[in-house]
Design a protein around this ligand. Structure first.
Ligand code: CP
Length: 351
């Protein structure tokens, strides 16, 4: 049985198969209306969401299944101090698959370690957001026909931007993909995301724009800042306007995971290169493809997957990690490509 915590949990071949399924669902929705009859999805959202939660729920309904939901930490026993591990063990008795969003990095991995059903990471703090990447990949696939050789600009909050981290992980597996990371100095990509990729960093969107096949804009995320004054200083760093779009190539496509605040002017929405509302539709289709895949696999292989990493006696002290709040955390680490130990939940290097 498999969970999807990181986009790398899905191989390139599996992603190709999922694009085909999603495109078939779009063309022939009637074929899928009973595909998940008798199955239930739990959406456990301990952080706000419009697209991810509603698209998971719409996806399950359109597959003929049912949905039960927790929205907001205040409405579940998390408010009484229940751990993610106990929540996952409990919800496993009610449903067939869990989609979970949580403000702490690695929360979905803890849920997967303790659930007896597949868990899908619907966003864990500033770490990963693999199903947003499924939406992004299908959009690029449809617009560009593939991924090899693309120059991809990533603009905004690249430090805490979990959608950016997952998109880089996905695209770095294709040939000749180059990244241009556009951010203020304080919000540069984390070092673990930059490992092994072809990437130039700049603070200038205007300088980057003419070279890009894809521009992936992101919001400066108020909720990730410890110091509100830093957010106030950085929040208007980038605003994409029709005037700036004149610097972009006719073939460039503009993506954004949404929600947006002010980083893309609404005047850009009518530009044929703007694809962010296409991403919304593609997100539902890819979540349908993912639910189908994981439920099918779980039926054939119901045994829980082994926990990742090993115990080393070290502890993770990252305050953003789920280990900082979980009772008796099971500190586990794996070795990265450079030979450093990293927490399996948040990827921090232990002290
Ligand atoms: N893109 C995305 O995750 O949107 P929501 O926060 O509305 O789910």
């Amino acid at each position: 049985m498999r969970s999807v915590i990181d986009i790398l949990d899905l191989s390139v071949d599996e992603l190709e198969e999922m694009y085909r399924t999603a495109i078939d669902i779009e063309a022939h929705p009637e074929k899928y209306t009973r595909a998940c009859e008798g199955k239930k999805l739990a959406t456990l959202f301990f952080e706000p969401s419009t697209r991810t939660r509603m698209s998971f729920e719409a996806a399950m309904y359109e597959l003929g299944g049912h949905v039960i939901s927790v929205t907001g930490a205040g409405s579940s026993s998390a408010a009484k101090g229940e751990s993610v591990a106990d929540t996952a063990k409990t919800v496993s008795h009610y449903v067939d698959v869990i989609a979970m969003r949580h403000p702490k990095e690695g929360a979905a991995q803890v849920a997967a370690d303790n659930a007896s059903i597949p868990v899908i990471n619907a966003g864990d703090g500033g770490h990963c957001h693999p199903t947003q990447t499924l939406a992004d990949l299908l959009t690029i696939y449809k617009e560009k026909g593939g991924f090899d050789g693309l120059t991809v600009g990533l603009c905004g909050d690249l430090l805490y931007g979990r959608t950016v981290h997952s998109l880089i992980h996905a695209l770095q597996r294709y040939k000749g993909v180059r990244f241009v990371a556009v951010s203020p100095t304080e919000l540069r990509l984390p070092e673990y995301v930059k490992q092994g990729i072809d990437c130039v960093e700049t603070a200038s969107l205007e300088e980057a724009l003419p070279s890009l096949d894809i521009l992936y804009m992101t919001r400066i995320q108020r909720e990730r800042f410890d110091d509100p004054a830093v957010y106030e200083r950085l929040k208007d760093s980038y605003v994409l306007t029709p005037e700036k779009m004149e610097l972009a190539r006719p073939e460039c496509r503009v993506l954004h995971p949404l929600p947006r605040v002010n980083e893309i002017s609404v005047k850009v929405d009518d530009d044929p290169r703007a694809c962010y509302f296409k991403q919304v539709k593609n997100g539902k289709l890819m979540r349908m493809a993912l639910i189908l895949k994981l439920l099918d696999e779980a039926e054939r292989d119901p045994l829980p997957a082994a926990k990742p990493g090993v115990r080393t006696g070290k502890v993770c002290r990252n305050p953003r990690c789920i280990c900082s709040v979980e009772q008796e955390p099971d500190f586990r680490f794996r070795t990265d490509a450079a030979g450093r130990l990293r927490c399996v939940y948040c990827e921090a290097v232990p002290e």
